[in-house]
Design a protein around this ligand. Structure first.
Ligand code: URP
Ligand code: ZN
Ligand code: ZN
Length: 471
């Protein structure tokens, strides 16, 4: 038997079934054992030269898995999301996330293979933590449908389709049906941006023609009813295609109602929400003049405050299976492009660093359990996207992606202290009850007692299996 390299002692190991006092023994890149404190194996590891990480008073949790990020994404000729693969993955690690799945984007007229190769080249050697890609499909034609099979064989097993963004990524219902028939055939996962983009574009143009060009109109022209309608239609198309479906960045009660309806009908429909939809609101955040409003433009938009309770309830009931970030940050100079017209503002917010903290705060607030924190932020995303049990669990044989989380510290979020490449924070001044202390990625320290010791290039591209949660 090889000797232990690291032992994490004195903490409570959190899994989907709760928290237990246990020590975690790491050999090389993998977890070797999870043992009772004081057991012979723990004593042997400690006396055998393993580095001892004292986690007394802390939770020991599987590294976070954020399955929806947009690093260095060109949104328009003048706006590219500000976190690079290097800065974004380092910031993720600071916040306890050890795996991300970003997107390769197929634009009109582009071969999906080229889209993926381009993105692989951009990320190569840059990432601090492990990463994968979904494919965003903006041109579903016969060639693309065929190439999806090769990509799935190579470990890219999830595909995002769009009911929004006409002229860019939008596909009509016929194309969506064909694409979902294909994911069903491949056993892959269809992801949907569910907003009725055709109707939304009419509302946007009408607002602009009236001179209603401020940030608030971004929200008012994307009503939640048009998100709910799109979720319903996506679920119906998925049912007809026999395809499992994953709704991304779900923001509204209308949309959640449709997910519940689909699940009660027995459909294989899953959904994620994001921290911004659990904490921020249209009235308090989007409806502000100037840069303050523009910073809060994302799609779907922020909703009314009372939606927060509904979405937390959705997380408790497993109608919402995952919390991801949809991290897509833009610095103020790019957000300001929309000063005279909300339609020009690059869409997206930055939160890759704060997801684990913000959802842990929900545990402290009594919204969800500790087990559910780990399940929604780590285990279920790993399972849904074909990475389990390599990721998402602390168990023998799994990658040693481990976070020591201190629930006794209070931190204040903000641009001065965060590590995202972003000159402001939509989380400015918010107090968090808890903080990441130490992070390991495949057995290597990335954050060591609040110091960054990671390395760009340590992160490996993940060839993923098919999901183990789909039937
Ligand atoms: O505003 C957002 N969500 N920007 C990223 C693009 C998307 O649709 O996920
Ligand atoms: Zn989207
Ligand atoms: Zn997104």
């Amino acid at each position: 038997m090889s000797s232990a390299d690291v032992i994490i002692t004195g903490g409570r190991v959190v899994s989907t079934s709760g928290a237990t006092a246990a020590d975690v023994i790491i050999e090389g890149e993998r977890i070797a054992a999870v043992v009772a404190p004081g057991s012979a194996a723990a004593t042997a590891a400690e006396s055998g030269g393993a580095r001892i990480v004292d986690a007394t008073g802390c939770y020991v949790v599987p590294g976070g898995v954020d399955v929806h990020t947009h690093l260095q994404l060109p949104m328009s000729p003048d706006a590219t999301s500000s976190d690079t693969f290097a800065t974004g993955t380092a910031a993720a690690a600071w916040g306890g996330t050890t795996t991300i799945i970003d997107f390769a984007g197929q634009m009109k007229g582009m071969h999906v293979r080229d889209a993926v190769e381009e993105r692989l080249a951009e990320a190569d050697g840059q990432c601090t933590i492990d990463y994968g890609f979904h494919l965003s499909m903006g041109d579903i034609d016969e060639i693309a449908l065929k190439e999806m099979g090769t990509l799935a064989d190579e470990g890219l097993t999830s595909f995002k389709f769009f009911m929004a963004y006409p002229g860019v990524y939008y596909s009509d219902d016929g194309r969506l049906l064909q694409a979902m028939q294909r994911t069903a055939e491949l056993g892959a996962l269809a992801m949907m941006h569910a907003e009725n983009g055709i109707a939304i574009d009419v509302l946007r143009d009408q607002a602009a023609a009236r001179g209603d060009t401020g940030s608030i109109w971004h929200g008012r022209t994307r009503p939640s009813r048009l998100e709910g309608e799109a979720v319903h239609r996506a679920a119906a198309l998925a049912e007809v295609a026999g395809a499992p479906l994953y709704i991304v960045h779900l923001s509204s009660s209308d949309a959640l109602e449709q997910v519940s309806w689909a699940r009660q009908r027995g459909l294989n429909v899953f959904a994620e929400t994001c921290p911004q939809y659990l904490y921020l609101s249209i009235d308090e955040h989007l409806d502000q003049p100037g840069i303050d409003g523009l910073r809060h433009i994302c799609s779907p938009p922020l909703r009314e405050r009372d939606t927060h309770d509904t979405l937390w309830q959705g997380l408790r009931r497993d109608e919402l299976a995952v919390v991801s970030t949809d991290h897509c940050p833009f610095c103020d100079n790019e957000k300001l492009l929309g000063t005279d017209d909300f339609r020009v503002t690059p869409n997206g917010l930055g939160s890759i660093e704060h997801r684990m903290d913000l959802i842990h705060a929900g545990v402290i607030a009594g919204e969800i359990s500790l087990a559910r924190w780990v399940e929604t932020c780590s285990t279920t995303p790993a399972r849904l996207f074909g990475m389990y049990p390599q990721k998402g669990v602390i168990a023998p044989g799994s990658d040693a992606d481990v976070v020591v989380y201190d629930p006794n510290v209070t931190q204040t979020l903000g641009a001065d202290t965060h590590h995202m490449n972003l000159d402001h924070s939509v989380w400015e001044g918010i107090e968090m009850p808890g903080q990441v202390r130490t992070v390991l990625s495949r057995g290597s320290f990335v954050i060591d007692n609040r110091s960054y010791v990671g390395r760009a290039g340590h992160g490996r591209y993940l060839r993923r299996d098919l999901s183990d949660l789909l039937v």
